[in-house]
Write a protein that binds this ligand. Structure first.
Ligand SMILES: *Cc1c(COP(=O)(O)O)cnc(C)c1O
Length: 428
């Protein structure tokens, strides 16, 4: 059965499984072979050549060696490509391995151009990778509105993330693509997922996911994937074949299984998040709630670019870093842990953790805490947050000598260790 006309939910369940009935199985087989018997030197050599060049295995020569090709991984890739409206997808051992390959492949194919425009804010690891100079790129950080002015003749790639991590700022993908004037744009779509946003439809050249997050959805696989056109996919496979940032087939199996429930999970987590974000806005301990649409959606991107508001929320707490320390250690149902997008809710402090390596001036505020909303009952999550947020009130209201509000000075005090740690990292 051809499935090209199917709706999103049907694609999520069936993509990458088209041949299973023919194989006489119901669940996708997991192929753990690291090497494959060869029919002849000649056929094996030709297949090797095809794959090292970024192509698919030759049917006669087989897949030769698992660093070049794995059928279980290829199934997940074909399913994800369908969900992202892409010709192809290439999977990696982590989101950062995928980002590394995307930058290396783009620079390699760009005829000597080495300049990368990075639209901040970005995930801390991405920001750090670009700043590290490891990949031989010259990087300019800018805002979305500065892309046209910051672009140079030697700009090879524009990198952006929307919603951005951790402030949930929305970036107008189509506007950046236009400002890039033909320079390829890579969109990190980890927060939105293909359920809420398809950047390739808006002119992006590549879509990246930390599949560790929503695609896997259960906190048990580290992986990354890039959806793109056939030509870029071949370039990415060439990089993957030589650098070896492979996704293990067991991880690919779990990710493929995760795709089937992705639409249902994302919508249910989003429904929880909307309810919790609205409740947080009324909470006296919360200075500001960052959630798509809460700033009035000045660019008009909700409904046009992003089909929903997602399940990530950030909050600015009265009381700065010290209050963030109290709240993150006081939750019960929310696990105090980095990462996001799973079925269980997480709380973490970006400035100290996920965004620690980012330059101090671009780092999130010390009073900011990020929530990844899971599939628990929304009322239970609210009760848990309410209890955790109340820790400060009992302290400040019961002790007469304690200041009700942290003064700017004390806030700076509490920011000091973070600033110093980041400076050390920057120097080291
Ligand atoms: C986690 C994350 C990454 C990095 O992915 P890993 O799988 O941890 O390597 C990249 N971008 C975003 C937005 C992320 O949240």
């Amino acid at each position: 059965m051809t499935s090209s006309h199917l709706q999103l939910d049907s694609v999520a369940v069936h993509a990458g499984r088209e041949d299973l009935a023919e194989l006489g199985v119901h669940a996708p087989p997991i192929d753990l072979s690291t090497t494959n018997p060869l029919s002849s030197i000649e056929a094996g050599g030709l297949s090797y050549e095809a794959m090292a060049g970024g192509g698919t295995p030759d049917p006669e020569g087989g897949s030769v060696y698992a660093r070049l090709w794995n059928p279980t991984v290829a199934r997940f890739e074909s399913a994800l490509a369908r969900l992202e409206h892409a010709e192809a997808a290439v999977a990696f051992s982590s989101g950062m391995a995928a980002m590394t390959a995307a930058i290396l492949a783009t620079l390699k194919e760009s005829g000597g151009r080495r300049h990368v425009l990075a639209v901040r804010p970005l995930y801390g690891g991405t920001d750090h990778l670009l700043a590290s100079g490891l990949l031989g790129a010259e990087v300019t950080y800018c805002s979305a509105s500065q892309v046209a002015a910051a672009r140079r003749p030697d700009t090879a790639l524009v990198v952006l993330e929307t919603p951005a991590n951790p402030t949930l700022d929305l970036v107008d993908i189509r506007a950046v693509v236009e400002a890039a004037e033909g320079t390829p744009v890579l969109v990190d779509n980890t927060f939105a997922t293909p359920i809420l946003q398809n950047p390739l439809d808006l002119g992006a050249a590549m879509v990246l996911h930390s599949a560790t997050k929503y695609l896997g959805g259960h906190g048990d696989v580290i992986a990354g994937v890039i959806a793109c056109g056939q030509e870029q996919a071949a370039a990415l496979r060439r990089v993957r074949a030589v650098t070896g940032g492979l996704l293990h087939p067991l991880g690919a199996y779990l990710l493929h299984r995760g795709l089937a429930t992705l639409p249902v999970r994302v919508r249910a987590q989003q429904a929880n998040a909307r309810r919790i974000a609205a409740w947080l806005q009324t909470h006296p301990s919360v200075a500001r709630v960052y959630y798509p649409g809460f700033d009035g959606d000045p660019l008009g991107l909700l409904g046009r670019q992003m089909d929903g508001t997602g399940a990530m929320i950030s909050i600015d707490l009265h009381g700065g870093y010290e209050q963030a320390e109290r709240v993150t250690s006081a939750t019960g149902l929310f696990t105090h842990a980095v990462s996001l997008g799973g079925v269980d809710s997480l709380i973490q402090h970006p400035a100290a953790l996920t965004h620690r390596p980012v330059a101090p001036r671009a780092r999130p505020a010390a009073s900011l805490v990020r929530l990844s909303i899971g599939l628990e009952d929304a009322e239970d999550l609210i009760t848990d947050l309410d209890r955790a947020l109340a820790t400060r009130h009992s302290i400040s209201f019961s002790a007469t000598a304690a200041p009700a509000q942290a003064t700017p000075e004390t806030r700076q005090e509490s920011d000091r260790p973070l600033v110093e740690a980041a400076e050390r990292l920057g120097r080291g």
